[in-house]
Every structure is written in C-alpha cells, then in structure tokens.
Design a binder for this molecule. Structure first.
Ligand code: ZN
Length: 482
C-alpha cells in the first residue's frame, strides 16, 4: 500500500509525444485493416513491431539481446497484482494517476492496459475525481472498485468518462476513505489458490503441481475426471493466463471447472469420458508483479515455444523461458500416458473494441483456398468447435470466424504451432479470446457471470465435439511421443 500524502509530485512521463504518435499509428492500423487483422495485431504483435514508438531508447538493443532489462521499479501499487506508475493529489477532491507498463516501463506505452491500485485518503463528504492517464489501448472499458479488495463493483457508466483515448476519468462519492480501483476484477495467484482450495475435496478432481515458476511459486495443474476407465478416455488440455493482465480467462475457467464438478448429467457424462487437464495460470510471476503482457524477465511467453534442435516435441533448454518449459514437459508427460489428446485450448482475454464478442483464432482454411487436406481438416475441426461453442453460449455472443485463418501462426512459436508441427489435425488446438466489453447485442457490460457462463458453454461444446466423433475420428491410433 502506498500513502498518497507522501507523494509530492507526478513522476516524469517518459516520451509523451512519441507515445501519442504511436497511438496514432495504432488507430491508423485499425482504420485500414479488416477486423481480423486488427484482432491479430492486438493479440499477437511482438515487441519488435513496436520498438519504433518505444519511449525508451535502449529497447531495441535489449530486444536484440532477447529480453528486456529490469529497470528500477516505478510501480507504486506494492501489493499482489497491483499496477500503477505515479499518483498525485491535485486538489482535496481530485487525483491524477499515470499508467505504467510491465516491469518498470520496459515495454512501449501502447502496451499499458492493466491498472489496479488503492487510494487510502479519499474524502467521503463529496464526489471525488480520479483521472487515470497513459492508457495504452484506445478503447473504453468500464472499470471496477472495491471496499475490501475482495468484492468488486463495476462503476456506473454515468461515473466514468473517456476524456481521450489515453485517459479515463472516474467521478463518484465513496462511503469510505480507502478504495481499490481496477480495470477489471483482479484475479491474482492468491485468489486462484483460494479457489482451488475450495474445490480440491470434491469428487473427481485432483490438484497437483507442474513445478515452480522462475519466481518460486508452484504452478498448479487441475485434473478432472471420473477415476475409472482411464484407457478409453480422451484428454482435453486447457491453459490460461499466459498474459497476466487478461483476468477474464480466469473467470471463464472458474465457470468451466464449477460446471465440470457439478452434479448435472452432462457434467457427469463428461467426467466419465474425458480427462480435463487444466493449467489455470501460466505466467504466475507476471500476475503477481501486476504485469499486463510479460513475465518478470520482460518476456511475452505466448511466442516462446522454441523447438529443440534434436526434437520437435522438446523445447530449446536455453532459449525457452522456465514457465513454458514446465508447460511443455507437462504436455509431453500427458501424451506419454497413452491417453490421446484431442483438444488443446489456450485462453486469453482481448482488449479489442468493447463491441467485440468472444472470438477464436482458427488456422488455415478450406482446400479451395489452397490448403492441403490435413490443413483444411484442422480448420474444419476448429470451425465446427467454434460453432458448437456459439450454440452453447449464444449465436450473437460469438464472433463469426474468418473464412481463412492463414498460416501466420506457424512462424510465431505459439503453442498451436507446436501442436500442429507434432500432431497436425489430430489435436484441435485453438486460442479463445473472451472480452470485457459489451455482451453480445444486449449492449450491457460483460459481468463475471457472463465469463463463467462462457466457461460452462465451453465445457458443453467440448462434450458435443467429442460426441460428434470429430475428436478422434474412426481410430484411436496411439500418439507418437518419442
Ligand atoms: Zn493474450
């Protein structure tokens, strides 16, 4: 916790003009691109793409060296998952806060999305204005506040204004002097561990650990299945929070796990047929640090499936970050158990336009567009899965997939690239993006219950996918894992 009274001045804002130019570049990209290119741009862009608008001259050299340096921290929110760069009280009833990006501003300003801070000297006798400056994504989102850092309330729309693409202003009268603020409901490592503690004694669930993150925290694996007939089952692997600021994915997982552990007939049926292997938080250190995009070494873990020279299944021991090595080892162990893997989901939360619905990134496309039969088969499976999800969640709440998913993923060292290179269309590997914005055509803001409902729909779609025999086809050929 920080004491605002001790802060005498707003910290220097690095490169404001350059950051503004960068924002103009972002807006230009949106204006000239089709929506899918825009979404890929938001979610998959690499640090190198943005170096030209970086406020820090040394970024380019650091990127060439393979990672960003840890600079002296300017994070004022010194609690788990907290993130804000600078705070100043500009009058008895107004505060100005400045965003910071991951790891002491070692990323370009345009990556600043996650804020989570506490003010503890708020007056309570009149409305207070809190202005957050330096937001990296030009889209407007409706933030949350909390009286106890446990239960969160979304601000009324009337209390929040977007002054410009980089600035959000909140005006509200609070009933106590200590209030927590966040871009969306924080979902910390501690919260995850409390949640897992609450479900660990239910039937058919086992909590184990893949190992420790580079920062020394245990990385949990949740296994859900009925403890019988393992040999005839299929395995579904789901991982989330590779990007630490994407808290929505954790609420989706809560919905999925709650449903899978329920007494409903379809949940029981799923547990009897499928082994769910869920890694709920990949970037634990980044979540604890309050990062948005990277781990504490400044690495975007999403594109780090760097294959070893001697094996397409193993990853390069020296170049691969520890978190991804743990994930890869877990995947290989699961494959070696002999249970075929049919679905591998990678859960994210998009910071696209608030009007964007939930969407997925299918790869390749139909044969008619020049793809091979195996490539077209993967695309076909992905499209059918997305359609099943839309049936379960609501047609108006899932974005229609593109007619051509492209090959871009092959060069990006994503988990989906690794699955394809090793198992082609046998594993329906897919990244799914939940959103924080407006829920479908209803025009209201996405609530935690919407995200949990998406998790439940995901479980139902997985069930339908396996019932349709899409998962395995006609045979249960063993997967070669050596
Ligand atoms: Zn992401």
């Amino acid at each position: 916790m920080f004491k605002l009274r001790l802060i005498q001045r707003l910290q220097r804002i690095h490169g404001g003009t350059i950051a503004a130019a960068g924002m103009a570049l972002c807006v230009g990209a949106f204006a000239t691109s089709i929506v899918w290119v825009g979404l890929i741009y938001l979610e998959e862009r690499r640090a190198a793409d943005l170096l030209s608008i970086s406020p820090l001259g040394q970024l380019e050299a650091l990127a060439h060296a393979g990672q960003f340096a840890a600079l002296k921290s300017r994070n004022m929110a010194s609690f788990e998952g907290g993130n804000i760069g600078a705070v100043v009280k500009t009058s008895p009833y107004s505060y100005k806060l400045q965003m910071r990006s991951d790891n002491d501003d070692a990323l370009p300003h345009s990556w600043r999305q996650w804020y989570y801070f506490c003010l503890d000297d708020l007056p309570t006798d009149a409305p207070v204005t809190v202005t957050v400056e330096g937001l990296g994504i030009p889209n407007y989102f409706l933030p949350f506040y909390s009286l106890d850092n446990v239960d969160w309330i979304q601000f009324p729309e009337s209390g929040v204004k977007q002054l410009n693409p980089q600035t959000v202003q909140i005006t509200l009268q609070f009933k106590q002097s200590k209030i927590w603020f966040a871009r969306y409901i924080p979902y910390t490592y501690s919260r995850l561990m409390r949640y897992l503690d609450g479900v660990k004694d239910k039937p058919d669930v086992k909590i184990s650990y893949l190992g420790r993150s580079p920062g020394g925290r245990r990385m949990p694996l949740v296994t859900i299945t009925e403890d019988q007939g393992i040999r005839t089952k299929e395995r579904v692997i789901i991982h989330a929070r590779t990007h630490p600021g994407e808290v929505g994915a954790s609420l989706v997982l809560e919905g999925l796990i709650n449903f899978l552990l329920s007494d409903s007939e379809s949940a029981r049926s799923l547990r009897s047929r499928v082994i769910f292997s869920i890694i709920p938080m990949v970037n634990i250190d980044g979540v604890i640090a309050g990062n948005n995009r990277t781990n504490t070494a400044g690495i975007n873990l999403e594109g780090q499936w760097i294959q070893a020279a001697t094996s397409s299944l193993k990853l390069d021991a020296h170049k691969t970050p520890g978190e991804i090595k743990l994930l890869n080892k877990a995947f290989r162990d699961m494959l070696a158990s002999g249970v075929p893997v049919t679905v591998a989901l990678n859960l994210h939360t998009s910071a696209g336009q608030p009007s964007d619905n939930v969407f997925a990134f299918p790869h390749f496309g139909p044969v008619g567009r020049g793809y091979s039969p195996r490539e077209a088969q993967l695309y076909d499976k992905q499209i059918k899965f997305i359609n099943l999800l839309a049936e379960a969640y609501g047609q108006d709440r899932i974005m229609a997939p593109p007619a051509d998913g492209g090959r871009y993923f092959l060069a990006r060292r994503l988990p989906e690239s690794w699955w394809w290179l090793n198992f082609q269309d046998r594993v329906m590997a897919l990244t799914l993006e939940s959103t924080y914005g407006l829920a479908g055509k209803s025009g209201r803001w996405v609530k935690p219950r919407d995200l949990r409902a998406l998790g439940e729909a995901l479980a139902l779609a997985i069930g339908s996918y396996h019932e349709s025999a899409l998962a395995l086809g006609r045979t249960r050929r063993p997967m070669i894992v050596q």
